[in-house]
Design a protein around this ligand. Structure first.
Ligand SMILES: *Cc1c(COP(=O)(O)O)cnc(C)c1O
Length: 234
């Protein structure tokens, strides 16, 4: 039977092999375990197998799980918010998360900045770029990125710009995602020279992890391959 622990070992071995094939250092690629829709017991199983970085997409669900896990005395998990950020959820996100990977609008940045509790460390943010240029997808365009970065730098002292994030188009021919990942990597290389704290390039999911690592990803966000398929109750 595949357990979460076995799945984590498999994924880490795949990351290592993909890094070596790309002539990269395996330890420069971190693994974000995407636990959205999954119960606390699954998160704890991954935690006890050594996993410390978790990604969640639904603010209310995540806040409940984070609170429960902290109440058990577990305080060394780093929580990343990776879903679309609605304005009415910024407070709950600012109060519970260490990193927001899906920031794509000035108005949301300002709300997160203003609602970050004073006693918590600055909120690390990644800017999500719409690398597939599909109109229905989240993310700022490449063209609008400089303006958003400048706004955050000037207006949001409680936010630290720490990375870029992209979601490739969901296509059956995986070679089609490579130009999308390459464009994000090029932008990352350029922008990170100017923003010294921008060090993370978050790209790659269960189905396109190999292409993302070949293109320079430093963080892959993996859900299905660790926790199994998700079931949505609508
Ligand atoms: C759900 C999700 C993932 C994980 O997807 P899998 O295909 O299950 O690995 C990664 N990134 C984002 C932004 C997601 O919403």
């Amino acid at each position: 039977m595949m357990t979460i622990q076995n799945n984590l070992l498999n994924i880490k071995e795949q990351i290592q092999n993909l890094a070596i094939s790309a002539k990269r250092e395996p330890n420069e690629i971190s693994l974000l375990a995407v636990s959205k829709t999954k119960p606390v017991s699954d998160i704890l199983e991954a935690y006890h197998a050594g996993q410390r970085f978790f990604g969640e997409s639904y603010a209310q669900e995540a806040a409940e799980k984070i609170t429960e896990i902290r109440s058990r005395g577990i305080t060394d998990i780093e929580w990343h918010f990776i879903g679309p950020v609605q304005a009415n959820k910024t407070r709950i996100i600012a109060e519970h998360f260490d990193v927001v990977e899906s920031l794509d609008r000035a108005r949301i940045a300002k709300r997160l900045n203003d609602q970050r509790p004073p006693l918590m460390p600055d909120l690390r943010v990644f800017i999500q770029i719409n690398i597939s240029r599909e109109p229905q997808k989240s993310g700022v365009s490449f063209e609008e990125l400089p303006e958003l970065l400048a706004y955050i730098g000037e207006m949001c002292p409680r936010l630290k710009i720490a990375g870029l994030m992209g979601i490739a188009e969901n296509v059956s021919d995986k070679s089609e995602v490579i130009p999308q990942f390459q464009a994000l990597k090029d932008t990352f290389d350029r922008i990170s020279r100017q923003y010294r704290e921008l060090t993370v390039l978050s790209m790659g999911m269960t189905n396109d992890m190999a292409e993302a690592i070949a293109c320079g990803s430093t963080e892959v966000r993996i859900g299905t391959a660790i926790f199994g398929a998700r079931q949505y109750h609508v």
